[in-house]
Design a protein around this ligand. Sequence first.
Ligand code: MN
Length: 144
Amino acid sequence: MPRILLVEDNELNRDMLSRRLERRGYQVSLAQDGRQAIHLGHSVQPDLILMDMSLPEIDGWEVTRCLKADEGTRTIPILALTAHALTGDREKAILAGCDDYDTKPVDFMRLLAKIETLLRTTAPGEASLSDQRVSHGGEEHAGS
Ligand code: MN
């Protein structure tokens, strides 16, 4: 089953959401702040990151930009969770590099549908990225 990195500073939300995801068969890794999220994004290589955007110190926006700027983590889909559905927040999340967006309080079934869609649509991403690298090398060889 896919592994989800859940980034959430609120302990109650973290426990509730991780339990519900595990009940659905997902493997769940937990981060409670931005620093941990960046570290675990690299070491765990999750299939998807569920990112609370309001985190102390390094917030979810900055963590997302950081992970998406890094070659080792940029293909991991990030689903942003924000507490308020301000107009423009979705655009802001996409601009920061998030692949999708949902609002809190979480509607679990709706969130689950978004998770499943993201996992389906981004699963071949890694393969195609390494294909690009291979074909890049090939072109260089052909040129020289
Ligand atoms: Mn929070």
